[in-house]
Design a protein around this ligand. Structure first.
Ligand code: FES
Length: 173
């Protein structure tokens, strides 16, 4: 039974060694844990306000190419001619979307027959009348829609995006 006693002793040492590692880990995490009452890190993204176009430049179902929040983020403004949720302007029918597919980044094309943005990569489809909702495809999110504001002169401003832009960890990086 000497061999068996030796095995028990080795097992006991390993167990106690493991306790030591666990205690050290707990102490380290306690040392780095935020203090009670400390302000949490901000989670919101600060978006720039960018002038994109004027209402006079838009014609129903003819997308106008724009970029937001920077020149590396292509998108479109579309006057749908029908009031939609999230639509801007006096008729509530102006929407703006990224034109980079949220699946793998292919450029999207507008199809006026059903008011969708369509991807040539893997045939993803996004509904422009329903906030960029994915109708079909492989993306794990809907299409990023701009938060738009139209001022008294008809100037259209983008002031945010409601989904993550493809290829970015943060929409304004
Ligand atoms: Fe658009 Fe795959 S890149 S569906």
């Amino acid at each position: 039974m000497k061999g068996c006693d030796l095995m028990v002793e080795v097992g006991r040492r390993r167990f106690l060694g493991g306790l030591g590692v666990a205690a050290a880990g707990a102490a380290a995490s306690a040392a780095t844990a935020p203090q009670a009452g400390a302000a949490p890190a901000p989670a919101l993204v600060e978006y720039p306000s960018h002038h994109l176009a004027n209402l006079s430049q838009l014609k129903t179902d003819e997308p106008l190419a724009v970029a937001y929040p920077d020149k590396d983020a292509p998108g479109v403004l579309i006057k749908l001619g029908t009031r939609v949720p999230g639509g801007a302007g006096p008729d509530g029918d102006v929407v703006g979307y990224s034109t980079v597919c949220p699946h793998k980044g292919f450029p999207l094309a507008y199809l006026k027959e059903d008011r969708t943005l369509n991807c040539p990569g893997h045939y993803g489809r996004y509904d422009c009348e329903k906030g960029g909702q994915q109708i079909w495809g492989h993306a794990t999110q809907n299409l990023a829609q701009y938060a738009l504001r139209v001022d008294a002169k008809g100037d259209i401003w983008a002031e945010g995006v409601d989904e993550l832009l493809y290829g970015r960890l943060n929409n304004v990086l």
